[in-house]
Every structure is written in C-alpha cells, then in structure tokens.
Design a protein around this ligand. Structure first.
Ligand SMILES: Nc1ncnc2c1ncn2[C@@H]1O[C@H](COP(=O)(O)OP(=O)(O)OP(=O)(O)O)[C@@H](O)[C@H]1O
Ligand SMILES: [Mg+2]
Length: 306
C-alpha cells in the first residue's frame, strides 16, 4: 500500500485517478464518487451483476492509498460477524487463571475481561480505526442479501460513524471511513439508508468505454478481436435475455478467445464459447446458431462501415 493520497479536487481528477487504476467510469459516476468523497457521505451503487460496483471500492482504496475493509453481506449476517464479538475462549481462560491464582473478586474480573483486549473487531469496527494514519475504505458489498434488522443497525453506524458496545460505551471513528455500499437490487434497500448516501445506478458501459476496459483488462487480445467482442456483447445486451452479460463476462470472453488463439470471431467459435458470456441454458439455446450468426453479420457490417 502506498502513502495515503489527498481526496481528488475535481471530477476530472476522480476520472484520472480511476483510470490510473484501470477503471473506466462515465462522468456521472465520477461525479457521484467526487461528491461522496468531498462531502464525506457513503456511495450507494446499484446495478446489474458484473458492471463494476465492487471494483470501484477496490480501486478507490488502491488509488487513495487506503486499506480496504470488506464486509460481504449474506442472509443472517449478524453483528457478531459484522461488528464485534467478545473473545469468549480467552475470557474463559482469564477467569480460570484468576481462579487458579485465588483472585475471585467478581467486579474486578468482569471489568477486566470486558475490555478492548478481549474484543474481536469485525469489518465495521475495523473501519472505524485509521490504519497508517488514514481512514480505510469500507466496502459493504451486496447489502440486498442481508435482512432488514441489519440495515437498521447500519443506520446508526452511517449516521454517526459510531458503534455502541454495552460494556464499553460508544466507540466513534476519529476519521470517518470512505464507505461504498453495493446492491444487486434483489430487493429494495430502505429509503433511510439511501437518504444518507449518494446514490448511483451503474449501467453497462457504452461501446467506446467497454473497448477501453478491454484494452486495459485483456490487452493480449488483437484490436480487431476486441472490437468484434465489444460490438457483439453490446448487441446481446439489447436482446431480451434472462441474464445479460456484464463487463466481467466481456473480459472473460476475450481471454477465452485469446486462449483459443483466435484473432477474429467466427460463428463456430461464438457457439462454442457462449458459456463464458451467458450463464443460463435458456439464454444459450436462444442465441446459439442462427441468432449468433445474425448478430455476427451485423457486427461485421457495423465494423466495416466504421
Ligand atoms: N468500468 C470498468 N472499468 C474497468 N474494469 C471494469 C469496469 N467495470 C467492470 N470492470 C471489471 O469487471 C469485473 C467485474 O466487476 P465487479 O466485480 O466490480 O462487478 P459487480 O458490479 O460488483 O458485480 P456483482 O454484482 O456480480 O458483484 C472486474 O474484473 C472489473 O475489473
Ligand atoms: Mg460485486
């Protein structure tokens, strides 16, 4: 990790910082990032799978020289896994040792074992503590997978950047972390959370931006192949499929084609490699064969005209 950098001074500076770290954002996303950083508010990113929501947090941490604290959400996530937990085995040992030494002053023992020494810090607490002098980036990933009680709990954290531990009192961040929350929108997140954040819907990139991404993330692909891949994927995204390919799939497909030594797309190769782009058998069946051929012909016509 490099030394902590200053918060970018403008939207252009955000765009440059992201790009230096291999992330290509549109101006609207860069503006949301800039405002979230400048105003010290969490950034709430929603969007389809594989459009670069999680990556933003990683890139910000890297670009700003901060450590990344990641909280992966899931159903049933509780404060013991997300915030803190008492280290019961160590507390038990401490009690046994005290007993063995004949020290059985209960009050003293209780105030001794409920101290920070016996606290296991989970991601949210870790994010309240600066590391190497700078507040971390806290990524709360896929918040839509948790239950509502956890969301309610998050409200206190996001409003005050503080956690209350009954035995210790309130623990407040000296420097608020940079918070990025993502959701795949499998359910709506409560308005109260959204209101505290800058909200941004992360869309699929346009062809130019997707080509920039490919050049950086799959540079071994021939220029012609990359253009074909992007044009093909952009067309697929206009179809009524169960699950459209994200940027992650475009990158995967390029790499797969390079691994097959392809310099250009042909119908057979498209059919044989659709599984890197589409993850549902119904979608694959719909595209394979004549539809793939039609899309490919359109792609060739488009690129020949360009
Ligand atoms: N704008 C972008 N610039 C550079 N790389 C990108 C961009 N968008 C996506 N990627 C790449 O696509 C891949 C998927 O991104 P990421 O994991 O952030 O998606 P996601 O939106 O979090 O998806 P999911 O909802 O499935 O978690 C990563 O390898 C990332 O590097
Ligand atoms: Mg993600």
């Amino acid at each position: 990790m490099t030394a902590p950098a200053q918060i970018p001074a403008s939207v252009d500076a955000v765009l440059a910082l992201l790009e230096q770290n291999d992330y290509f954002a549109d101006r609207r996303l860069a503006t949301s990032v800039f405002l979230a950083l400048k105003m010290g508010r969490p950034l709430f990113l929603e969007g389809e799978a594989g459009v670069g929501k999680t990556e933003i947090a990683k890139v910000l941490a890297r670009g700003l020289g901060r450590s990344l604290v990641r909280l992966q959400c899931y159903e049933g996530l509780d404060t013991a896994s997300a915030v803190y937990e008492w280290n019961y085995p160590r507390q038990m040992i401490e009690i046994r040792l005290a007993e063995a030494q004949g020290r059985v002053d209960r009050e003293a023992l209780a105030s001794n074992i409920f101290t920070e020494r016996f606290l296991i810090r989970r991601p949210i607490m870790q994010a309240l503590e600066p590391r190497d002098g700078a507040a971390p980036v806290l990524l709360i990933d896929e918040l839509d997978r948790t239950d509502e009680p956890f969301e309610a709990y998050l409200l206190e954290v996001l409003a005050e950047y503080q956690v209350t531990i009954p035995e210790l009192g309130a623990i407040k961040a000296t420097q608020p972390p940079i918070v990025v929350i993502t959701s795949n929108r499998t359910r709506e997140i409560h308005d109260a959370i959204k209101r505290r954040c800058f909200y941004h819907w992360v869309d699929y990139p346009d062809a130019l931006r997707e080509l920039d991404i490919l050049k950086r993330k799959a540079p071994e692909a021939a220029e012609k192949l990359s253009r074909e891949v992007v044009a093909f994927v952009q067309r697929l995204r206009k179809m009524d499929l169960f699950k459209l390919p994200g940027v992650a799939e475009t990158i995967d497909w390029s790499k797969a084609l390079v691994a097959l030594d392809k310099m250009t797309l042909d119908p057979q190769t498209v059919n044989d490699t659709l599984g890197t782009l589409l993850k549902y058998q119904d979608d694959i069946t719909r595209v394979r064969g004549s539809e793939a051929e039609r899309l490919l012909a359109e792609v060739r016509a488009e690129l020949a005209a360009a």
